[in-house]
Design a protein around this ligand. Structure first.
Ligand code: ZN
Length: 144
């Protein structure tokens, strides 16, 4: 069990962050928090926040930066749209070992580097009725 403490963010696959900004900023009124490249995953990620800063709901728009990007493959197969839901956890490495022992199918058996210096790992969508699940541990919560 990962004891998720919050929905960390919702990931949405897009062909172009710039083409989607109008909807998130002018229609939803979400706060733009910046763009970051995550070379490891071949993506450019734009962050948005809604609601009070200390309890904000975050959205992550994921734009592929190369054809090798898993996001490029996702868009090719399923089109733009909801890509994953990320949950906040602590001690991600230990949680992954527990999930593996429980027989939960994982994409990442070891944590990798995500945006904002967080450690992240993906659970296989077959383990959760087709919804890709990301586990996210903030740098500030990490021991050592
Ligand atoms: Zn994410």
């Amino acid at each position: 069990m990962v004891n998720a403490s919050a929905v960390n963010h919702i990931g949405i696959a897009v062909r172009s962050v710039d083409a989607q900004r109008g909807f998130y900023e002018d229609v939803l009124g979400a706060r733009f928090e910046g763009v970051e490249e995550v070379p490891d995953q071949h993506v450019r990620v734009a962050f948005y926040a809604l609601g009070p800063a200390d309890h904000a709901v975050r959205l992550e728009l994921l734009e592929p930066t190369s054809a090798e990007s898993p996001i490029a493959a996702f868009i090719e197969k399923r089109g733009e749209g909801l890509h994953h839901i990320a949950y906040t956890v602590r001690d991600l490495s230990a949680r992954l070992a527990e999930l593996k022992a429980q027989g939960v199918r994982l994409i990442d058996e070891r944590a990798r580097m995500g945006a904002h210096g967080a450690h992240v790992a993906f659970v296989h969508p077959k383990a959760s009725m087709g919804v890709l699940t990301e586990l996210c541990e903030h740098a500030a919560h990490r021991a050592g």
